[in-house]
Design a protein around this ligand. Structure first.
Ligand code: K1U
Ligand code: ZN
Length: 184
């Protein structure tokens, strides 16, 4: 299992637009596996390629067992609005309420190159929108009020030194029969 370093707020990789995947290679499939491992190790429900320093249109999601690999994803329909709290693996310990579409339909390819569509609301719908935003250089803090954003940013200025080089290292999950409590 390979756990990738997560880029945090301030890393330019998080603000760049991504490029569509032209060919799904074995290297890309291995990378997608590493994205899932990293997301689980960080206890997240989603992860997008720019968060681990890559520039392709790839994201992974697992919301309560609904697991998706999203290659070249696009929102093809949305309806309504809903407001709820979000967090981001690239902005640790920051949370804020974000208004988004209450229901979205996303079209994407899986790791086999098959095109599929998923329609989702609640947390899955929100997570899909959050991950697609990452693929376009957008972060959930961009939706916060000026006041809330200012407070988040001043807090982050104090804490960003905890992440030298804008890198968050995540420890591998300690699971399975070969590990015991407290073992590295
Ligand atoms: O892309 C990311 O940074 C992952 C992010 C996804 C996400 C969480 C919440 C709402 C929308 C998108 C996370 O996994 S943050 C950690 C988390 O598991 C979580 C945080 C708040 C609510 C629910 C879950
Ligand atoms: Zn995020």
């Amino acid at each position: 299992m390979k756990i990738l370093d997560i880029r945090v707020l301030g890393d330019p990789a998080l603000r760049k637009d991504t490029t569509p995947v032209a060919e799904i290679t074995d290297e890309l499939r291995a990378f997608i596996g590493e994205m899932f491992d990293t997301m689980y190790a960080a206890e997240g429900i989603g992860l997008a390629a720019p968060q681990v320093g890559r520039s392709e249109q790839i994201a992974v999601v697992d919301v309560e067992g609904a697991k998706y690999t999203l290659i070249n994803p696009e929102i093809i329909a949305d309806e309504g609005t809903a407001r709820a709290e979000e967090g981001c693996l690239s902005i640790p310990d920051v949370y804020g309420d974000v208004t988004r579409a209450s229901r979205v339909t996303v079209r994407a390819m899986n790791e086999l190159g098959e095109t599929y569509e998923v329609t989702a609301d609640e947390l899955l719908g929100r997570c899909l929108q959050h991950e697609l935003d990452h693929l376009h250089g957008k972060l959930f803090i961009d939706y916060l009020s000026v006041l809330k954003r200012r407070s988040v940013m001043s807090d982050w200025e104090r804490r960003k030194g905890d992440y030298p080089g804008f890198i968050r290292r995540v420890a591998a999950e300690k699971k399975g029969p070969h590990h015991s409590e407290g073992e590295l």
